[in-house]
Write a protein of this length. Structure first.
Length: 488
């Protein structure tokens, strides 16, 4: 296929050149009605290109097939059989994938390190989750994706499961053994869904971890806005094989998606595909070289340790690692990742990616260069020199894996929509949670609806909040009270 084309961008340019006059939404009419104060911040170009996808970019019947052509080009670029664009982020895409595989009261094997959007899908669909435990690094207090053996064991116990879902790479850059997990699923005649939100770049360079379609996955969900050049909410989901019908996947996306998709998001997805096909290999040559250099220079800073393959990969750990996720352990500084990240933002105007009780991370992409790397390194050196200002840090009480893993005693949907009450956190021990409690980022719930709460997890969340953890989806974001089911 001709990847010099960009059907959405080309149609948008034609729309502008034809000087079309809209009597349709959006009501700002290409910015003419927008407040000049808003235009001064957002820019005229945003409004000028914010047009309808039909009766705008394309005609009333979509006879030019503009979006279909753009999706075909994306599928060809990455070697998928079908690709669908989403302007509602991978949070929507992963739900559509789940609903294509399992329905109400049907089982789905799910890695317990799944993003909160997966749990939302369980709640909406009434799917029965069969949780597959991640691999826990007790020394570093970090979870890696579940092993292929763990999925094999889950299938042996639940042969009626309709499929499996695994998250890889994780926000920490660690990857599962996808080929082995895909093979296990296919031996049981069911599909594998991969939440590869952090892996948009993987198809475009051989030195990056193997991406889901090459590993044999059936559906892969990717957030182009995370590691690619997409706008926020720009997501794609890819499909191959015959275990899921493309019509079913599209139907589930239609059920959840918006009827007013953003042409701005579509255009950025389209342009990113062209950029990657034409220049992706060279861009990631540079990005990988920069990441290697940045990692080496951080390792020379006293008090900092950069996690690499020796820490994260091997038996009982991850199968692979994305080197562009630069995870920095600051344990030696005697403070938390939360406090270090906040100090760096305040004093250097730099936003780090994710932080936990002992780490902060920097996400590098093809957009970074020596200038941004230099700013990051300066900030990290400076925080080590001012570490005494960040001590003593409140201690986060991280439970052992057995205590962190709560028992699922109700369907997530039943607990979420059932009768509930708000109780003091100390009195929530032994009660069933009616909400998600999710340290964010990275957005992996510590507590799910339907799980029985224990003292250890509640102390972890309370001590985490006191230390700087953010739990934005809780009814009480300070977790002084917890929403629990009212038992009959």
């Amino acid at each position: 296929m001709d990847h010099s084309q960009a059907p959405v961008l080309d149609a948008l340019a034609a729309y502008h050149s034809e000087n079309q006059t809209p009597f349709t939404p959006p009501g700002h009419k290409q910015g003419r009605g927008a407040d000049p104060r808003v235009r001064a911040v957002l820019g005229d170009a945003v409004f000028r290109s914010d047009v309808l996808a039909t009766s705008g970019l394309d005609d009333r019947t979509s006879s030019h097939g503009i979006l279909a052509k753009a999706q075909e080009l994306m599928a060809d670029a990455v070697g998928a059989e079908h690709t669908f664009f989403s302007t509602c982020g991978s949070s929507l895409s992963v739900k559509a994938a789940m609903l294509s595989v399992a329905g109400p009261h049907e089982k789905l094997l799910v890695g317990r390190d799944a993003h909160k959007s997966v749990v939302s899908g369980l709640v909406l669909a009434g799917i029965v989750p069969i949780w597959v435990d991640p691999q826990w690094d007790a020394e570093r207090h970090l979870a890696h994706p579940p092993s292929a053996d763990a999925f094999r064991a889950a299938f042996a116990e639940h042969p009626d499961a309709r499929g499996a879902l695994v998250t890889t790479p994780t926000p920490y850059g660690t990857c599962s053994d996808l080929p082995a997990i895909a093979e296990t699923c296919h031996q049981h005649g069911v599909p594998l869904i991969v939440d590869e939100a952090w892996g948009a770049h993987l198809p475009f360079h051989p030195d990056l971890p193997t991406w889901a379609m090459d590993a044999g996955a059936d559906v892969c969900v990717t957030s182009v806005h995370k590691m690619g050049s997409g706008l926020e909410q720009g997501s794609v989901f890819h499909l191959q094989g015959d275990l899921i019908e493309p019509e079913v996947l599209k139907n589930r996306e239609d059920l959840l998606g918006t009827t007013s998709p953003s042409v701005l998001v579509y255009a950025a997805l389209d342009g990113w595909r062209r950029q990657m096909v034409q220049h992706g290999h060279a861009l990631y040559d540079d990005a990988l070289a920069l990441a290697k250099s940045v990692r080496a220079r951080i390792a020379e800073i006293d008090g900092l340790h950069v996690h690499g393959r020796d820490d994260f990969c091997g038996p009982g750990r991850a199968a692979d690692l994305d080197p562009l996720q630069v995870i920095v352990d600051i344990t030696a500084l005697g403070t938390t990742g939360y406090r270090a990240a906040d100090w760096i933002r305040e004093h250097h105007h730099i936003n780090l990616h994710l932080s936990d009780h002992r780490r902060s991370s920097a996400q590098l992409t093809h957009a970074d260069d020596e200038r941004s790397a230099h700013a990051l390194l300066d900030a990290l050196r400076d925080v080590t020199e001012h570490a005494e200002e960040l001590r003593p840090a409140a201690e986060v009480e991280v439970p052992d894996p057995a205590e962190l893993r709560l028992e699922q005693v109700m369907l997530p949907r039943d607990a979420f929509f059932g009768r509930a009450e708000q109780v003091p956190w100390e009195k929530a021990v032994g009660r069933i949670s009616a909400e998600m409690l999710t340290p964010y980022p990275p957005g992996i719930p510590a507590v799910l609806p339907g799980e029985k709460l224990n003292s250890e997890v509640l102390h972890y969340l309370r001590s985490g909040v006191e230390a700087g953890m953010v739990v934005p989806d809780a009814a009480d974001t300070e977790v002084k009270t917890v929403r629990v089911t009212v038992e009959h």
